[in-house]
Structures are given as C-alpha cells and as structure tokens.
Write a protein that binds this ligand. Sequence first.
Ligand code: ADP
Length: 259
Amino acid sequence: MTFELQNTSLGYPGHIVLKDVNYSVSTGEIVCVLGKNGAGKTTLFRTLLGVLKPISGKILLDGKDIEKWNRKHFAQKVAYIPQARSLPFPYTVKEVVLFGRTSRLSVFSSPGKKDELIADECLDMLNIRYLGNRIFTQLSGGEQQMVIIARALAQQPAFLIMDEPTSSLDFGNQIKIIRQVNDLKNNSLGIIMATHSPDHAFMCDANVAVVHNGTVWNTGHANDIVTEEMLKEIYGVKVRVKNLGNNPDCHRKVCIPMV
Ligand code: ADP
C-alpha cells in the first residue's frame, strides 16, 4: 500500500508552508522526516492525518483521495503516535492498548476475545506484557511511550505516523524506542517518523525526506542524503558524518557535531 502526496501544497489560510510536494511512502518502508523547527513537519503530518486540508493537490492512501476515505476505515489504516508526554489515562496498560481496537469495533460492541489476544500480541511485540496490569499514569515516560506504540499497533494499521517519538525521553529510552521502530519494519507496515536526530535515520537504515525551504527538498536513503553539506544547509551547524565501517558492533554512519 502507498501513502502519496501528488502536487500538494500544504499550510494554512493565506500561508503556504510546503509547496509542490510529490512524494510517496510504501508499506515496508521507514521514512525519517528531517527539518529544522518551523520547517513544516507538523503541518505535513496534520495534512497526512486529514486534520488539515491540502491547499492544492491530492493526498492518496491506497490510490484513493483521503478526503473520500470513511474516517473509521482511515483510522484502521493510519495510526498516529504523538510526542512522548504524560497522557492522562488512569487505566491499566492492557486497557490503554485495547483502546487501539476502537476503530475496529462496531458501534455498540465492546472488545472481545480476539481483541484481547491482539492487545496481548502487541504488548509481546514490544516486550512489555509484564506491564499489562499497571496503571498507565504511574509508568515512566519511556514505558508510557512503549504502551502508546502498542496501542497504535493494536489498530493493525498500514502506516504509523510518529511525531518525534523520542523527544523528552532519556538517552536509554530514546535508543530503546528507535530499536523498537527498527524491529517493527516489516512488509505490512510503513513508518513515517519526524525526528530531530539525523542519527536515527542511520540507526533505522531508513529513507529520509528533508523538509526545507518551503518544500520536501530532498529524498532518498539516509546514506545518500544525510551528508555534512545537507546538515550544514538545514541546521546551519558543522557536523562530521563518519562511517563506522568495520566496527564489529555497528556498521553504519554516525553524525558527530563539531562543538
Ligand atoms: P515544524 O513541525 O517543522 O516545527 P510546523 O509545521 O509546526 O513546523 O510550522 C511550519 C510553519 O507553519 C511555521 O511557520 C509556523 O509558524 C506555521 N504554523 C503552524 N501552525 C500554524 C497555524 N495554526 N496557523 C498558521 N500558521 C501556522
């Protein structure tokens, strides 16, 4: 399945934020969206989620304009994970994950055995089944974010849209979330993730879409796109990009800020 922007301009009344965007993401792909503050990442996500109408052009999910999708069916295909923050869910972890099944239930039905099994599978996928009976609000930020990801997976979506899923998490939890995103890569799931760390694109062996100068400025695989020149251009800072090459623990590039 594909999620596609066709000749799209997006923004707000009287203020085009991104112009002439042509870009397509497929299931099985991880795309990291990079761009400085105010570049238009949130505007892009709000538009992909159908909260904001494109100013011109079309957004197609599975070849069909998202404006023509029934909202419930759309919610079965596209799940959203907000920035890590404490959400006021005074429920158990299992209940929070079961809420993810809502778009799959008919109006008056409540979750059944199958939904419970799927919720448990999602908790297993993230190795957090042991948290099932804990109260969500009493968990750490990192644990809460894992639960929110499990809840999104319980929707059984085709696409996960993640808005800086590691912001406000400590270093260890950031790495755990990124490792988890990596593990989720499979043929039936596409992940579109905004991040402030270009290293995340290397860690996930991801494709990259750079939001810059009022458009989706550059796209391609992280190894080709995340360069010292690109980082200087979009963030205005000097960064070395080094290949760890033959390091036995890690064969990828890393970004080293020159401070
Ligand atoms: P990012 O997520 O990359 O930090 P945003 O998408 O939030 O960037 O913002 C892109 C631009 O859109 C900014 O110039 C911002 O001021 C503007 N903007 C954001 N929200 C609104 C809004 N509700 N109305 C008008 N302009 C907005």
